[in-house]
Design a protein around this ligand. Structure first.
Ligand SMILES: [Zn+2]
Length: 264
């Protein structure tokens, strides 16, 4: 708390948080786009993403783009993507496979444990038959000790890398379908988990999701369609939608561009 006193920026208004920072790039020059804001004569604050080159060196012609408009396009497209059941299955399978690849240490420990338990079983059978020597006793107690150690190590490893079932992974991913995009924390999390990068061109946006070949192109002329979709999905949530008042940026449009094409 003492440290935070020194940092007034920490208490920035939520509207001032640019949730795409670090993931958004200019389609014209490739440089990152940064959050900028300005206050109009009437005192209204306007927020934008602006190409770093266009702002600082004036070496790029990219126009700035309204923050709310762009963030909403990205959030809504991500939620659309999460409705694709086939795609979700594909992501779940990949995650599931990845975790089994990374837990090879655990596998070898579990195999060793099985082997020890078998050896202990054999010895106990021998003891029951009356075959007991001094070395059998020593060996048995050393096996028991190794078994105890292994069980502890396995428990530790499992805590480090919990092995999730496919159902658990699917549940975790599907929970994001209910993201409330009016909630700052929830929408930031959605972006953090699923968005790899966003490239803003003159008349379209390319969103790359965090899965293999997960790319989506959105034409600015499709924004109206996205807006309609939003209103029919959840009419109460979007009464003050910025998409309604802002409209698309100027520039050439391509009406025949496919609506949200995704190459898989
Ligand atoms: Zn640029």
């Amino acid at each position: 708390m003492e440290a935070n006193k020194q940092k007034p920026a920490h208490f920035k208004k939520v509207e001032d948080k640019y949730i795409l920072t670090g993931k958004i790039f200019c389609g014209l020059c490739g440089n990152s786009m940064i959050g900028v804001s300005g206050t109009s004569k009437t005192g209204t604050k306007h927020r934008y993403y602006y190409c770093h080159n266009a702002k600082s060196k004036k070496s790029c012609n990219k126009k700035r783009i309204k923050k709310d408009l762009l963030e909403n396009i990205v959030l809504i497209s991500t939620l659309e993507m999460l409705k694709d059941k086939k795609l979700i299955k594909q992501i779940v399978n990949t995650c599931y496979k990845m975790q089994s690849d990374t837990s090879s240490v655990l596998n070898s420990m579990e195999n060793r444990l099985k082997q020890i338990e078998k050896e202990i079983g054999n010895m106990i059978a021998a003891i029951k038959q009356g075959i007991i020597t001094e070395s059998t006793k020593t060996e048995l107690s050393s096996l028991e000790a190794e078994k105890n150690d292994l069980q502890t190590s396995i428990a530790r490893e499992q805590m480090k890398h919990p092995v999730l079932t496919k159902e658990q992974i699917e549940f975790w991913i599907c929970r994001f379908q209910n993201t409330d995009i009016t909630d700052q924390i929830q929408k930031q999390k959605l972006i953090d988990v699923f968005i790899n990068s966003v490239y803003v061109y003159e008349d379209n946006i390319i969103i790359t999701f965090n899965y293999k070949d997960g790319e989506k192109s959105i034409d600015f002329s499709d924004i109206e369609k996205i807006e309609k979709k939003k209103n029919s999905d959840n009419p109460n949530d979007y009464q003050s939608s910025p998409l309604k008042v802002i409209g698309g940026p100027s520039g050439t449009r391509t009406p025949d561009h496919p609506v949200m094409s995704r190459e898989l």
